[in-house]
Each structure stands twice: as C-alpha cells, then as structure tokens.
Write a protein that binds this ligand. Structure first.
Ligand SMILES: *Cc1c(COP(=O)(O)O)cnc(C)c1O
Length: 413
C-alpha cells in the first residue's frame, strides 16, 4: 500500500483532478451525509425515478400487454445481462438478469453438480455470506452431495479440500463481505480445474467495484447482486453468468417457462432454451428492472481501471486517517488482496457505527465486531472520505459512542 499525504488539501487536489468526478452528478445523494454503505445498498441514480415512472405510466398504463413486445419486456433479462457482461469480462449472451442471488446460487450449484457426475462434494468457505452456505446445503441435499468447508479461502486450504478428488464444485466469494479481502480468481479457478472441480464465483461485493475478468480466468459460473455497487435499487434482481461452453449441457433445477426453448408453443414438456436463458424460470419484476437499467447505464463508458485506482486510493486514505483511532484493521492493506471496502474491528463497533451515523456518516456493522465502510468511486469524493474518516476518529477519541442510546440494536444492522 502506497503511503499518501492524507490531508484535506491533498484530497481537494485529487478531487479537482479526478476523471470520474462528473459521475457524482448522476446520483441523488442526501445533503449532509457521507454514504459509505454503497456496498450494501447503492445510492439512487437520478435517472431511476423517471425510468420507473415511464414503465408504470406509459409502458404499463398506456400500452398494456403490447409492451411485452414493443417495450422489450420479454427480452429485458437478456438486455440487462448484456449491459452487465462488459463489467464482468463476459460475452453479452453469457449473462442473464433474473431472480435473486440466493436463487441463482441454487441454480448454478445444482447445474455444476449435474455437470460433474461421479463427484459429490461442494467445497465452500466457512466465512461466506450465510445465504451462500444455506443454498449450498439446499443444493447438496437435492443432489445427494456433501459440503466441505475451508476455514480460510487461501490456496493451501483450498488445495487440501480439493485433493481427495471428489469435489464437483467450488463456491467462493470474489470479495469477502466482512473483511473486504479480494481473492485470486484466476489462480483459484485454475486450481479447481486442475482438481476436476467446476467453480461458482459470487460477485456480490466485486461487480461494479473493480474489473472482473470471468472469461479470462476460465470461470464456469458466477452470480451477483445488483443493488450493491451496481445501484439497481432495493431488492433489484440479480444476475447469472454461465460460460458459453456449458450452455448446451447445463441443467438448472428450476425449469420454468421463461427458460424454455419455445415458451409460446405452450407444450407440456420442458425443453431448455439454448443459451444462458435456460437459467431463467418465471416472469421477472419489470418495474425493478427499469430502476436497475438506470443504474447500469451509469457504467456505460466508465473505465473500470480508473474506477479501481480511485477505489484503492479512497481505501488507502480511509486507512491512513483512521489509523490514529487504534481500531483493528481486518482488511488486507495490499491492493491485490483488497476489494472496495475497509473493515475495522472493535468490541463496541456497533455503538461506534451508530454514533458515527449521528454525525452524518453512514457505514454498517457485521457481527461480532466489524465496522464496515464501502467506497463507491462513482459518487464519493476524496474530501468525503477524509471527512468521514476524521469523524470516526473523533467518535472514538471523544468516547461519544458510549451514550447508551447507540448500543440499542436495530432490526437491520
Ligand atoms: C449481498 C449478498 C448476497 C445477497 O443475496 P440475496 O439473495 O440478494 O439476498 C448473497 N451473497 C453475498 C456474498 C452477498 O454479499
């Protein structure tokens, strides 16, 4: 990690020279707030309300059923997938939008298990996001498979878990939701393939935050949500990537009519569609798709290398300024091993996050002791991150988090 002159004057200079600075105007950001929770729910793109209103009032209200053809409703899952494809290093016909991340994990895990008969183990990581673990259990149960979890998702532990030669599939998160650690997608995918396993990567905390190269890394399947760094809106539908080489043989378990080869034949037997469309099941939430499309359109023409460079610099800045507060740093400092968030630790972290929110800085908390701060380079300025980090130092040094009101747990942390 390069050391940077973490002063407000330096931040002002960086903002003035920032090639991405203009993108902030694409978002609605409340006055007086520094929003460092875009890794959980991205901010509102200014175009989204108009897109939703157009869908509701014109496409639905006026054109009614004709919009399935005329407004491209039927093809929306593929059209949105094609907009995500360049962000993840995929071909446009390898990505489809639909359902949620949890459901898509289930579909891809079962498809991978079925593509690898004679093997009956799903290798995963103990610290993965809970829904990834739960869906692995559900998929394994359906397929008569077993789970094997590694405690740390490093190459040595993964190799040991793959070595028995019984692993059908390896599921990992590209960026750990708690620590913000970035995994070596190319190296781990190669390792899995060398041991005869397919891979499913969960991109929830990397898509839209850093360049992802699924095809260059030889990835088999991937899923990701769109309401975090893609700013698609609360509960926005997720996406599925399936490498083209698997399209003909992949069989996912939720065989609904939107994944049928000829849905309007209304035949009595299921026949999977040819491409990634076979990963669809039923009708999709088109109102939500309209908001998501506004989020995706912000990325058109954004240089992901520039985005990545700014994201890392914002992280460096936050780490440098908060060092004084003496909280534990959970996130790796090395750029190659860091996503777009910084996680700090303290047993009273929850109260600190709440006290910080009272100062207008929004981060979040994950049990047992993790303070999480996400950096969305599309709409954050260097001065925002400097001010937020300084506020955290002030909260810790002043002890204002000790106010009992800040210890009360809300339903969503
Ligand atoms: C946010 C997140 C999810 C969310 O799953 P949903 O089905 O959208 O609720 C899943 N996995 C990971 C790793 C996440 O970070």
């Amino acid at each position: 990690m390069a050391s940077i002159p973490a002063t407000r004057a330096w931040c002002e200079q960086r903002d003035a020279a920032d090639p991405l600075a203009g993108l902030r105007a694409e978002f609605t950001l409340p006055e007086g707030i520094v929003y460092l929770d875009g890794n959980s729910l991205g901010a509102l793109p200014k175009a989204a309300p108009g897109r939703v209103a157009d869908l509701v009032e014109r496409q639905w209200g006026h054109h009614l059923i004709a919009s399935w053809n005329d407004a491209g409703w039927w093809d929306k899952p593929r059209a949105l997938g094609a907009k995500i494809a360049p962000l993840v290093g995929a071909w446009p016909d390898e990505v489809v939008v639909g359902d949620g991340t949890s459901v898509n994990l289930f579909k891809t895990l079962v498809a991978a298990l079925r593509l690898n008969p004679g093997r009956d183990v799903v290798v995963g990581e103990a610290g993965n996001f809970p829904t990834d673990l739960y869906m692995t259990q559900g998929a394994a149960e359906l397929c008569g498979a077993r789970e094997r979890r590694v405690d740390r998702a490093d190459a040595a532990a993964i190799r040991a878990a793959l070595e028995p030669g019984d692993a059908a599939v390896l599921l990992l998160s590209h960026v750990d939701y708690r620590t913000g650690e970035l995994r070596d997608m190319a190296g781990i995918t190669r390792l899995a393939h060398e041991h005869g396993a397919l891979v499913v990567w969960d991109l929830c905390h990397s898509v839209g935050a850093l360049p992802v190269e699924l095809n260059a890394c030889g990835v088999d399947f991937a899923v990701g949500c769109t309401y975090k760094y893609l700013n698609g809106g609360p509960g926005a539908p997720a996406f599925t990537f399936a490498a083209e080489r698997h399209h003909a043989a992949a069989r996912q378990p939720l065989t609904g009519w939107h994944g049928h080869a000829r849905p309007f034949d209304f035949t009595a037997e299921y026949a999977p569609a040819e491409g990634v469309s076979r990963f669809l099941s039923g009708s999709q939430p088109l109102v939500a798709d309209a908001a998501l499309e506004a989020g995706l359109d912000v990325f058109a023409g954004v240089d992901m290398a520039l985005l990545r460079a700014k994201s890392l610099e914002l992280g460096d800045l936050f780490i440098a300024v908060t060092e004084r507060a003496g909280l534990g740093l959970l996130t790796p400092r090395e750029h190659e091993r860091r996503g777009s968030q910084v996680a700090l630790r303290h047993p009273d972290g929850y109260a600190m996050v709440r006290a910080l929110a009272a100062r207008g800085v929004v981060g979040d908390f994950r049990d047992p002791d993790v303070l999480r701060f996400g950096f969305t380079p599309l709409y954050l300025r260097y001065v925002d991150v400097f001010d937020a980090a300084s506020a955290l130092v002030a909260v810790v040094e002043s002890g204002e988090w000790r106010d009992p009101a800040f210890a009360e747990r809300a339903q969503v942390t």
